[in-house]
Design a protein. Structure first.
Length: 128
């Protein structure tokens, strides 16, 4: 019934009404453009924030892995430095003739003239 009524009412054909309609259409067009731009910027900001967060998370995971590997390598380095120190001590001992003689007696059962070596088994302590 309302549509029938609209058809019966004729619009005024004046330049003022025409200008007002164009003004309303222009404002609506600007609002649509503004909404589109704001939606586009919001989507871009959302995508960029997701990319930033994902980058931060991957970098944090990579950093954690590298720190763990660094700790392992530092532990290994400490062991190797300790081993190096022991080997240096062994080298200095091997330059000593008395130490070499002691090793020869212990490991290869060599003896000096007139010396007899007895190899005794090691005692096992019973915990009974």
């Amino acid at each position: 019934m309302g549509s029938v009524r609209k058809k019966k009412v004729t619009q005024i054909e004046s330049s003022y009404v025409f200008q007002q309609e164009r003004k309303v259409q222009s404002v609506e067009k600007k609002k649509r453009g503004l909404r589109r731009r704001l939606t586009f910027y919001a989507v871009c900001a959302f995508v960029l924030s997701i990319l930033a967060v994902s980058t931060l998370l991957t970098q944090a995971a990579t950093l954690k892995e590298k720190e763990h590997k660094k700790e392992q390598l530092q532990t290994k380095l400490a062991k190797l430095e300790k081993n190096e120190e022991l080997l240096k001590e062994e080298i200095t001992k091997l330059n000593d003739d008395e130490y070499i003689a002691k090793l020869a007696r212990r490991d290869y059962f060599l003896s000096d003239k007139g010396e007899i070596i007895f190899n005794l088994p090691k005692k096992k302590e019973d915990s009974d």
